[in-house]
Ligand binder design. Structure first.
Ligand code: NAI
Length: 543
């Protein structure tokens, strides 16, 4: 197909097509055939030579935001070279194209805007969303990552500036799991914004109106979801960074109707579960025996609790037993029956225990073996908290997942020191190794990039009818099992990030077997799933 297109586009138009452009890598014969002679300097370079120049440019940029802008322009100019660079070292580039740099990029998105990327469908397009989707030049779209910009990372409502998130998430599909980039479509459903600063900003690129009511939003989303089914029948909708309540409601509405998932809810839950399974491989304990206290009962806390609960259920634990082993604590204290301020999702985990807003008291009464911080508030796992956890369990599991770094409930060093080296620790951010009592500890990072690209690769390969919790749970187990005994002995609950593409392929192969075992697809199971998947993966080479 590329060959036909290249013949069609011969001449300078080739430089405008990011999939076909090779720039200085067009060789002498191609330059003659496609009428490019004189349009390029004399040198003929390999993609490796070009990647070295990109790295040299990146090295002299003053900060990561400038590197982000440069890389986005590169993607629009030469997609193969862009992914060649990203895939050479995903762990190095993810923090530039995604979190944390993408947060700053979204805050300034309207100001750093250079050229369009992806699609913007506005609520004013209601009634003809289908015709608008038909404008996208690629017909076989397999994933749409869609946001309303309603809750971008920890930055709140950023309206159309939130487009940086769908773009970045889909870049990670390719960078971390080698999913071909062509069938990926970033999309911003522009429903306005309640961010007054943006509404007043003369450069703001989105609709200048306030957000609609929930009823209007849901009608618009219903039309969008239906239009996707018609225009791109094989497409999986990946919901990302919607307002918490919208995210939960819409996932519940669509998860069994169409092919879709929400990474903030399911991906986050599965990555935390993978860390927990990794931690239990270190302590030699069973998931079904754990008592888990969440410090923070927002969308991350509830999402992770539900995913761990679903995993316990698959382990044979009864629902009432699961509910008794998971407790949550929020800004007003432990979730207990006497409280009147709990949402329906929170009430599920409410306990018949005394009211308390003291975390240490809650630990003493609930006796958790695992504590998971998702509160957004740093330094809240104090020495007393870690010591209380250490009294209950020989190897307490302490996950301080809030980010950025200064929001982490405690640092790795604090967790190891206050537990006398017994805590099994992971964070939402990457902490350096810690030397304590002559031993070096390697704290894990519960980074969502461990799983959503891998699960998406399995979806891409198998085209399931739905994305089930079991697929995420099996992905979590597969990831946790990739931590080697040597890595476990160093306190690592996740595998190292530097070979993420191979990790993703292995996890995807395992998830694909679940899809086949559960008859979630019409495809016939191939003899060698790993080879079958690897044949579909993208290679950043020129053709
Ligand atoms: P949210 O705003 O929905 O929920 C925060 C919760 O913490 C609420 O229940 C709130 O009542 C509680 N809280 C706030 N202050 C508190 C205090 N002083 N004491 C006790 N509880 C308090 O936020 P969301 O989306 O649930 O995210 C929470 C954190 O988790 C964020 O920092 C986010 O960065 C992090 N996160 C990490 C992930 C990862 O590591 N893979 C993935 C998703 C979120």
């Amino acid at each position: 197909m590329k060959r036909n297109k290249i013949e069609e586009l011969s001449g300078p138009a080739l430089f405008q097509d990011p999939q076909l452009n090779k720039d200085t890598a067009f060789d002498a014969e191609e330059r003659k055939r496609y009428h490019l002679e004189g349009l390029l300097p004399a040198v003929v370079e390999t993609i490796d030579d070009q990647a070295k120049r990109v790295n040299m440019h990146l090295g002299i940029k003053p900060n990561d935001l400038e590197r982000y802008i440069y890389l986005c322009s590169l993607q629009e100019r030469n997609e193969t070279l862009f992914f060649k660079v990203l895939m050479s070292d995903p762990a190095r580039f993810v923090p530039i194209v995604y979190d944390p740099t993408v947060g700053e990029a979204c805050l300034k998105f309207s100001h750093i805007y250079r050229q369009k990327s992806g699609m913007y469908v506005t609520i004013k397009d209601k009634g003809h969303v289908k015709e608008i989707l038909e404008n996208w030049p690629v017909k076989d779209i397999r994933f749409i990552c869609v946001s309303t910009g309603g809750r971008i990372l920890g930055l709140g409502d950023l309206g159309s500036n939130g487009m940086g998130i769908p773009i970045g998430k889909l870049q990670l599909y390719t960078a971390c799991a080698a999913i071909p980039p062509e069938p990926l479509l970033p999309l911003l459903l522009d429903c306005g914004t309640d961010n007054e600063g943006l509404l007043q900003d003369p450069f703001y690129i989105g609709l200048r109106q306030h957000r609609p009511s929930t009823v209007e939003l849901d009608e618009f989303v219903a039309e969008f979801v239906e239009a996707v089914q018609e225009v791109f029948p094989k497409c999986c909708i990946h919901f990302e960074d919607w307002k918490g309540a919208d995210a939960i409601r819409l996932l519940k509405k669509y998860r069994n109707k169409v092919l879709c998932y929400n990474d903030d809810i399911q991906g986050t839950g599965a990555v935390a579960l993978a860390g927990l399974i990794g931690a239990l491989r270190i302590s030699g304990k069973k998931l079904r025996d754990q008592r888990i206290l969440f410090f923070g009962a927002g969308s991350a806390g509830i999402g992770i609790a539900n995913m761990i609960g679903a995993a316990m259920q698959l382990d044979g634990l009864a629902e009432n037993q699961i509910r008794s082993q998971i407790a949550l604590f929020d800004i007003n204290g432990l979730l207990v029956d006497a409280r009147t301020d709990m949402s329906d999702e929170q009430k599920v985990y409410s306990k018949q225990l005394p009211l308390t807003s003291d975390l240490v008291a809650a630990i003493e009464v609930f006796k958790p073996s695992v504590i998971i911080g998702v509160s957004t508030v740093g330094k809240t796992f104090t020495q007393n908290v870690i010591e209380a956890m250490s009294k209950i369990s020989e190897r307490p599991v302490v996950f301080a997942l809030s980010n950025p770094t200064d929001h982490a409930e405690c640092t790795a060093e604090e967790a190891y020191r206050w537990s006398n080296g017994q805590a099994i620790y992971a964070a939402g951010v990457q902490f350096d190794t810690v030397n304590f009592n002559g031993k070096t500890f390697y704290p894990g990072q519960a980074n969502n990039f461990y799983l959503f690209p891998a699960v998406s690769l399995a979806i891409y390969a198998t085209q399931p009818k739905h994305v089930t919790d079991e697929m995420w749970i099996e992905a979590a187990k597969a990831l946790a099992n990739l931590v080697s005994p040597d890595e476990l002995s160093k306190g690592m609950v996740f595998p190292p990030q530097d070979n993420i593409i191979e990790l993703s392929a292995a996890v995807a192969a395992h998830v694909a077997t679940v899809v086949f075992d559960r008859n979630l697809t019409d495809y016939v199971q191939p003899a060698d799933i790993k080879c079958w998947i690897s044949d579909m993966q993208f290679q950043p080479v020129y053709h």
